[in-house]
Write a protein that binds this ligand. Structure first.
Ligand code: NDP
Length: 434
């Protein structure tokens, strides 16, 4: 706390990991002797920079850009860029810290990083987005590269923004972008299934967890918060697995459709028309709209998939889920449940799939995009989807086995934290003090 004053989100994320590691330190005193905890929670590099841009009316705006290059022990720094007004150094550090362990769990050779800007893309014209991305990249370009740091998308950053950033990178470097960004348009070096990967992967992981208890998505009622990249494809895959998705949301409110949300309508509204979620009611008059976002968790469901943002399920929402006898919660977003919410869910035996394991499918397919770019070759959608499924099954098995090995069978939070940490810590020790 003394080293990171006022960084609430970062402290929340580090405490959550460190709490689970007690049994590891008892068995492995070398981690303590070598100062692994102190080293792993200190970023290798934290870059903050000014981003100046001009809107369509000629007004000048200043935003703050960030890139945290947290840990490169296992490979190039890897993690998304977020454009959202709430972005601070604390949020970037919490996301970058989580990313280290998530990336380790995929079993692929990638280190952990994260970045973005406190820029609000909402309501901006296409040209304004382009000018912002170009200005942002003018600085970021000097810090990244295919073997150094490979950014991707996150909240507010999709293939349009990635496209503008790739364009500026090429201009400044006089180089091909080969492998310096992931989440690119599949027509331009992007991997098939990358867009779908986080949502699909979350559902694959949760299905594995349910299978262990003889449960399944089939015939279940599901709530998915958000209606962005992760949410849309989590809804699509859950429906494909035989579930009825009854509700989703955006930052202004939620929709409840007892007939089952029509995912194609949501995709059209959000990905193509960039409209608010309440427009869904225009074509689905049976649905209802609520303006209090957190009321979404009061709708009875079997499985809840929070896929919007951090700390969206608090204690009260967790209690509502328990009261309605929800069987499982799978974190599609990063840290969507507060510490208190997690405690309520776990104590009430709700199956819990933690973010760093459940949503690792996105970064796993990003690593596959890097491989395809290096090979100058692309795999078919079926090939990538099959590899994604295998990665998610492996992550589930690793977390579940590790939890049992450390005396907490079924506790995937402990399993994910310990398995991810050990992989990075052992590699750090082999590299000596640095
Ligand atoms: P998007 O920007 O595509 O979508 C975010 C969605 O969440 C939007 O519907 C947005 O609504 C909504 N939202 C944002 N803030 C809030 C809020 N405070 N309350 C309720 N809803 C909110 O982002 P992604 O889908 O890419 O990311 C969602 C989460 O998943 C993040 O936590 C991200 O870090 C995590 N994640 C993403 C990965 C990826 O591959 N994209 C990989 C791993 C994790 P609105 O449209 O109104 O802003």
């Amino acid at each position: 706390e003394e080293r990171n004053p006022g960084e609430a989100e970062f402290l929340q994320a580090t405490w959550e990991v460190f709490e689970s590691l007690q049994p590891v330190f008892e068995q492995h005193p070398e981690y303590v002797e070598q100062g692994i905890l102190e080293r792993i929670s200190e970023p290798e590099r934290l870059i903050a920079f000014r981003v100046t841009w001009e809107d369509d009316s000629g007004n000048v705006h200043i935003n703050r850009g960030y890139r945290v290059q947290f840990n490169s022990t296992l490979g190039p720094f890897k993690g998304g860029l977020r454009f959202h007004p709430s972005l601070t150094a604390s949020v970037v550090k919490f996301l970058g810290f989580e990313q280290i362990f998530k990336n380790a769990l995929t079993g692929l050779p990638i280190g952990g990083g994260k970045g973005g800007a406190d820029f609000d893309p909402k309501g901006k014209s296409d040209r304004e987005i382009m000018r912002f991305c170009q200005s942002f990249m003018t600085e970021l370009t000097r810090h990244i590269g295919p073997d150094i740091d490979v950014p991707a998308g996150d909240i507010g950053v999709g293939k349009r923004e990635i496209g503008y950033m790739v364009g500026q990178y090429k201009r400044l470097r006089n180089a091909s972008e080969a492998g310096v960004f992931t989440g690119k348009n599949p027509d331009n070096g992007g991997s098939l299934i990358r867009k779908e990967a986080t949502g699909y992967g979350t559902v694959y992981f949760v299905e594995e967890m349910l299978k262990d208890r003889n449960l399944s998505f089939k015939g279940s009622k599901v709530i998915v918060s958000g209606s962005g990249n992760v949410s849309i494809y989590a809804m699509e895959k859950a429906a494909e697995f035989g579930a009825t998705v009854v509700a989703c949301s955006d930052s202004e409110g939620y929709i409840y459709d007892p007939d089952g949300i029509n995912v194609e309508t949501v995709r059209q509204l959000k990905e193509v028309e960039r409209k608010r979620i309440y427009h869904y009611l225009e074509s689905h008059p049976n649905a209802q709209y609520g303006t209090n976002r957190s009321d979404i968790w009061k709708i009875p469901c079997d499985i809840a998939l929070p896929c919007a943002t951090q700390n969206e399920i608090d204690r009260e929402s967790a209690l509502a889920l328990v009261e309605n006898r929800a069987k499982a919660v799978g974190e599609g977003a990063n840290m969507p449940c507060t510490e208190e919410a997690v405690r309520v869910l776990v104590n009430n035996r709700v199956l819990f799939a933690p973010a760093k394991a459940a949503n690792a499918g996105g970064v796993a397919v990003s690593a596959m995009e890097m491989s395809q770019n290096s090979m100058r070759y692309s795999w078919t959608a079926e090939e990538v989807d099959e590899k994604l499924l295998q990665v998610m099954k492996n992550i589930y098995k690793t977390c579940s086995d590790t939890a049992s090995q450390y005396g907490a069978p079924g506790n995937l939070i402990i399993g994910a934290n310990i398995a991810g940490f050990k992989k990075v810590a052992d590699a750090m020790i082999s590299h000596g003090l640095n």
